[in-house]
Design a protein around this ligand. Structure first.
Ligand SMILES: [Zn+2]
Length: 496
């Protein structure tokens, strides 16, 4: 063993040197002497050789399996850290000192760890997970078959396993009434949604390449966020980039790159492993701004090209008679990609920025940018993490329901509660805001507005729903806050 750097990776110790890695469980067959090196502390007997993975579980008690489960997570996390380049060695990035055969050994170990996780999951939820006898495929919920020798499928499998364990924890938290645990963990609904996103990605016809040495396991947040933005492209009939490639960066590389129509690898995206999971949507933004140059581009893409965006901003400058930069970044190509990402992944923040703009010109720029992307996405609007803004549809409303309000109006937000089931406003009456919760008291009552539309009104009470209970809001006199509002503002049934 020459140069030695210790990284705790498997509950034992991984030794990263210029030429060798020493931990027994990482490279058992490769360098028998290294495993006996002084300074290599074995804290578990875990042996992740693929030939005996099933034996690891044989005859183990539930408690022992729980320990194996924590080990699985610790190892998975360490692989993510290692590959996410968040551990630096002597001021250098670790990825750059690993040679390719060390990397392929590490990838093998990462795969074996995923198989182990899948075997543990299979033991807990035999109806959800099935591992093939040769450890080459894992089947989820009987219909998603993942080939573990494909790096993307391997990563998707790891994400499923993470969610299976989280789901189990989340449920046991609920059963025990542990509110703290419940709120620290994703809800079963959130896990369910992520699993749907992962399944979509597993079956999607997208060219995703995870290069050796970039990520052993692409983290779940990258997979889920990438899946969501790609699904949104599909919904809006926007083509996919020709390729999305994950790479190990060289020191001067940024988080990601887009190769446009004028380059030798047009319409492709590169994501470096040193970046966070917002990068995919940003780079896809660059792609969308350029995608009208593809064959058979739609009118929608042409109307929302980079040129169209730049002209829109120039128009605002002209209107306000200024040559100053009026956008967040001087570079309008970056401005497009930033706001594309924000529109989809951070819609609440985008609307907040509009409502709190500090000047007329800032408001105008933000409003026009918002409308630009709203049109591109065919009027679909989003909250955080690409969650679609919803209006309540096809739900029978009745007294006692708790409903979340949806109001994404960026110019005149807020809904006055009415003293009676008409449009008549009493300015002394309170206002309900986007994402406020109300309890239905009575209704419906109907009236026809000045455009001849029938409006359905319900009497509601403001409050907050928290862990199975509705806490009524009070006005300054300690009274309850009731009033009538139109069902067009109802966004989501929180509880019935
Ligand atoms: Zn960019």
């Amino acid at each position: 063993m020459k140069k030695e750097t210790l990284i705790n990776i498997t509950g034992g110790v991984l030794l990263v040197g210029a030429t060798a890695i020493g931990a027994r469980q990482i490279l058992r067959e490769r360098a028998p002497n290294d495993s006996e090196s002084p300074g290599v502390k074995q804290t578990t007997d875990l042996n992740l050789e693929s030939s005996n993975l099933k034996e690891i579980l044989t005859g183990k008690s539930q408690d022992e399996i729980e320990t194996l489960k924590s080990n699985y997570f610790a190892i998975a996390q360490n692989f993510q850290n290692l590959y996410g380049q968040r551990i630096s060695v002597e001021g250098d990035r670790i990825g750059s000192i690993l040679d390719s055969d060390v990397e392929s050994e590490l990838n093998k170990e990462a795969k074996n760890n995923v198989v182990l996780g899948a075997l543990i999951s299979e033991r807990f939820f035999p109806d959800k997970v099935r591992v093939s006898d040769d450890y080459n495929t894992v089947t989820f919920e009987e219909n998603t078959v993942l080939d573990l020798n494909n790096p993307l499928n391997l990563s998707i499998t790891a994400a499923f396993i993470e969610n299976i364990f989280l789901f189990e924890q989340s449920l046991s938290g609920l059963n025990n009434g542990e509110i703290v645990v419940f709120y620290a963990l994703p809800t079963p609904e959130e896990i369910d949604r992520e699993n749907r996103d992962l399944k979509w990605l597993a079956n999607a016809d997208v060219n995703i390449v995870i290069e050796l040495g970039s990520f052993a396991i692409l983290p779940k947040d990258h997979l889920v966020k990438m899946s969501r933005i790609l699904q949104e492209l599909e919904v809006n009939k926007i083509p996919f980039p020709k390729e999305i490639k994950f790479k190990n960066p060289s020191p001067e590389d940024p988080g990601g790159s887009y190769y446009n129509s004028k380059t030798d690898r047009p319409f492709s995206i590169v994501i470096y492993n040193s970046t966070d999971s917002d990068t995919e949507a940003h780079e896809i933004g660059h792609f969308v701004s350029d995608a009208h140059n593809m064959d058979q581009a739609s009118d929608n893409l042409t109307a929302h090209s980079q040129d169209a965006f730049t002209q829109m901003i120039d128009g605002i400058k002209e209107k306000f008679n200024t040559t100053d930069s009026v956008t967040e970044t001087v570079d309008l190509v970056e401005e497009y990609a930033n706001k594309f990402r924000m529109y989809f992944q951070d819609g609440d923040t985008f609307r907040y920025l509009i409502l709190n703009a500090q000047s007329d010109i800032e408001k105008e720029v933000l409003l026009q940018e918002y409308r630009f992307f709203k049109e591109l996405f065919n009027n679909r609007e989003f909250r955080a993490d690409g969650v679609l803004v919803k209006k309540l549809e096809d739900v029978e409303i009745k007294a006692g329901n708790i409903i979340e309000i949806t109001d994404t109006d960026t110019e005149r937000p807020g809904i006055f509660l009415r003293p009676s089931p008409t449009l008549g406003i009493d300015a002394s009456y309170p206002v309900a805001w986007d994402e406020d919760e109300v309890k239905i008291l009575e209704g419906p009552q109907y009236f026809t507005d000045t455009d001849g539309r029938t409006v359905e009104m319900w009497r509601v009470r403001l409050g907050n729903y928290f862990y199975d209970k509705f806490y009524e809001s009070k006005n300054e006199n300690g009274g309850l806050i009731d009033g009538w509002m139109s069902s067009e503002w109802f966004g989501r049934l929180v509880s019935n």
